[in-house]
Design a protein around this ligand. Structure first.
Ligand SMILES: NC(=O)c1ccc[n+]([C@@H]2O[C@H](COP(=O)([O-])OP(=O)(O)OC[C@H]3O[C@@H](n4cnc5c(N)ncnc54)[C@H](OP(=O)(O)O)[C@@H]3O)[C@@H](O)[C@H]2O)c1
Length: 295
C-alpha cells in the first residue's frame, strides 16, 4: 500500500494548489490545517506535530504552513519565530525519528538583495527583515534535525487561490482607477502551481531515496519582473476576462515606506533545480494568462 503525503496547511494558496495538483496526479495527500494543530502555539508543539505525523504515517511531509505576512512578521516577531522556525524544526525532528523525509518551502527573502545577479544556493544569506530571518532559521533548524530534507526557496508566489499579490491588485482595481505600484524591486514571480508540482516531485524523489533533491533548491519562476510589471500584466488579464482594470503608476519603494525593509533584487537561479528534478516552471506572463482565469 502506498503511503500518503502529509501537508501542513490546508486553505493557504500553496496548500490549495497542492490539493489540485495531487488530485490531477492521483496522489493521496492528507492536509493538516490550523484546525488540526495551531502551529503558532509553542506549548506542546513538538508533541502535537509528532502526533499528526504518527497518525498519518506519511511517505513524506510537505510544510506549506507559515506566517507569510512580511510586515506582520515585523510586528509579531516571536510568533513568526514559532511558526517559521520552531514548527518546521519540530516537524523535521519527528520526521528524523521516523525516517520520513520533509519538504520545506522557504523564500528569496533569506537574501539581502544586493548581489546584483541571480542568487545560487551556495550564496551567503543575509535576511533584512524579521520574516526572512525566521524563514532562514527554519531552514537551519531543518538542516540540523537529521531528517532527509529538500528546502525549496520560492518567490513572489501568485495564482488563483488565497491571498496573493495578483488577487490583491484585482480587488483594489475594483474600487480605484489608479494603483501606485513599486517598480524598483526585482524578483522572479512563481506560479503557485509550479510550487505545488515542485514540492510533490521533490517529496516523491526524497521518499524514493534520491539524493539529488536533498538540501536547498531554488524553485522560483524563470524570468524577472518588478511588482509594477506583474501588476500591469495581471490587470490586463483581468480586463480581458471582463473584470476590473486600473492604470498602474510606477513609484519608487522610497515613496511607500513599509514596516519591513524589502531586499531590492532577489532573483534566484533555478539551474540546480532544473538538473536535480527537471524543474521547468512557466514564465510568469504565461502563468498570469493560464492561471488567472476568473475575476
Ligand atoms: N506567498 C508568497 O509570495 C511566498 C513567497 C516566498 C515563499 N513563500 C512560502 O511558501 C509557503 C506557502 O505560502 P502561502 O503563500 O501558501 O501562504 P498562505 O496563503 O499565507 O498560507 C499560510 C498557511 O499557513 C497555515 N497557517 C497559518 N497560521 C497557522 C497556524 N497558527 N497554525 C497552523 N497553520 C497555520 C495556514 O493554515 P490554514 O490552511 O489552516 O489556513 C495556511 O495553509 C510558506 O512557507 C511561505 O513562507 C511564499
Amino acid at each position: 500500500m502506498t503511503r500518503p503525503f502529509l501537508v501542513f496547511g490546508r486553505s493557504g494558496q500553496v496548500a490549495r494548489e497542492l490539493a489540485e495538483e495531487a488530485q490531477a496526479l492521483k496522489v493521496e495527500v492528507v492536509f493538516a490545517g490550523r484546525e488540526r494543530l495551531d502551529l503558532s502555539d509553542p506549548a506542546g508543539l513538538d508533541e502535537g506535530v509528532a502526533a499528526v505525523i504518527a497518525e498519518t504515517a506519511p511517505s513524506a511531509v510537505i510544510n506549506a504552513a507559515a506566517l507569510t505576512s512580511v510586515d506582520g512578521a515585523e510586528a509579531e516577531q516571536a510568533r513568526a519565530r514559532v511558526m517559521n522556525r520552531d514548527a518546521p524544526a519540530a516537524m523535521a525532528r519527528a520526521c528524523a525519528r521516523r525516517g520520513i523525509p520533509i519538504v520545506q518551502l522557504s523564500t528569496d527573502y533569506v537574501f539581502d538583495g544586493l548581489k546584483g545577479s541571480p542568487y545560487v544556493e551556495t550564496d551567503a544569506t543575509g535576511a533584512v527583515n524579521a520574516y526572512g530571518r525566521s524563514k532562514l532559521e527554519g531552514e537551519q533548524a531543518i538542516a540540523a534535525s537529521g531528517a532527509r530534507h529538500g528546502i525549496l526557496r520560492v518567490s513572489w508566489v501568485f495564482g488563483p487561490h488565497g491571498s496573493n499579490f495578483a488577487r490583491r491588485m484585482i480587488e483594489l482595481a475594483a474600487t480605484r482607477g489608479v494603483l501606485e505600484v513599486v517598480d524598483d524591486l526585482v524578483g522572479r514571480p512563481t506560479s503557485g502551481q509550479d510550487v505545488a508540482r515542485a514540492a510533490l516531485e521533490v517529496g516523491r524523489r526524497l521518499a524514493a531515496g534520491e539524493q539529488a533533491v536533498e538540501g536547498v533548491l531554488h524553485a522560483c519562476g524563470p524570468d524577472d519582473a518588478t511588482w509594477a510589471d506583474l501588476a500591469c500584466a495581471v490587470l490586463l488579464q483581468s480586463r480581458k476576462l471582463g473584470g476590473p482594470w486600473a492604470e498602474v503608476r510606477p513609484i519608487p519603494s522610497s515613496a511607500r515606506p513599509t514596516p519591513a525593509k524589502r531586499p531590492p533584487d532577489t532573483r534566484l537561479d533555478i539551474g540546480k533545480a532544473r538538473s536535480a528534478f527537471g524543474y521547468d516552471p512557466l514564465p510568469w506572463r504565461d502563468a498570469v494568462a493560464t492561471r488567472i482565469t476568473r475575476v
